[in-house]
Design a protein around this ligand. Structure first.
Ligand code: ZN
Length: 251
């Protein structure tokens, strides 16, 4: 993809982020690795008013060029891309369910096998730090250790990926998991999958490497995985598992 096409794609993904309900207004921001830095959404401009040339280019030393200043949240975008060479795109939004959990400093536990799409058996919640600070970057990088997504306390969510399509896809999945978690908390709490099962699904996801175009290395569903956690009744309604529920409260 050439630079103009990439810039156009970032704007299209911003519009998609709002159309899908993943974001409201201009609170979200997107970055994509480019050359020795990144292209990042500018600060405070409605996405529909953006032209490809408006997106600032930032070098990894923090200097930037462009007609508009980078998002006020550029720092963690830059720090994630600088510290995680396998990541090429970062999507950050304040979607309702992920943010509700983050306001309660809750991480998302292994309530569904799709949690493995984020790289492990949980989606952690980064501790609260003021937006735009190096301290927030540090908190986010810790929460992203071995993961592709995280929540951010009293703030929102971050999803990363080897491409912008993948990062955006994961952002939707994380918000879906967050919504499922909030709903099951109302039913007494989820029954969680064990670590061995999540490890299996993480491996299965890796195996789908070249097959899917829509969500490049991930299936929309994993055959056979629906029987996992079959301790549930036929109706799928089970007594609350309070032990599991407490176990994932943020320490
Ligand atoms: Zn934010």
């Amino acid at each position: 993809m050439d630079e103009v096409a990439l810039r156009r794609s970032i704007i299209e993904h911003c519009l998609e982020m709002n159309a899908s309900g993943l974001n409201a207004g201009t609170s979200g921001n997107i970055s994509v690795r480019w050359g020795d830095g990144l292209l990042v959404t500018p600060t405070g401009i409605p996405y529909r008013d953006l032209a490809p040339g408006d997106l600032p280019f930032m070098r990894f030393d923090g200097t930037w060029q462009g007609p508009l200043a980078p998002s006020s949240e550029w720092r963690f975008h830059l720090d994630i891309l600088r510290n995680r060479p396998e990541v090429n795109a970062v999507v950050h939004t304040h979607p309702p369910y992920s943010t509700a959990l983050a306001i309660k400093h809750l991480e998302i536990p292994a309530l569904h096998y799709m949690i493995a799409a984020a790289g492990g058996n949980s989606i952690r919640c980064a501790r609260y730090e003021t937006y735009g600070t190096a301290a927030l970057s540090e908190a986010v990088l810790e929460a992203l250790e071995g993961r592709k997504a995280c929540l951010m306390a009293n703030h929102g969510m971050i999803a990363t990926g080897p491409s912008l399509d993948r990062a955006m896809w994961l952002a939707v999945e994380v918000e879906t998991l967050a919504r499922q978690y909030v709903l099951t908390l109302q039913l007494g709490g989820p029954i969680l999958l064990d670590d061995a099962e999540i490890d299996r699904v993480v491996e299965k996801f890796k195996g789908y490497g070249m097959r899917s175009k829509a969500a490049p290395d991930l299936p929309l569903s994993v055959p056979g995985a629906t029987t996992v956690g079959s301790a549930t009744s036929a109706a799928g309604i089970s007594p609350p598992d309070r032990r599991s529920c407490k176990a994932h409260r943020r320490r």
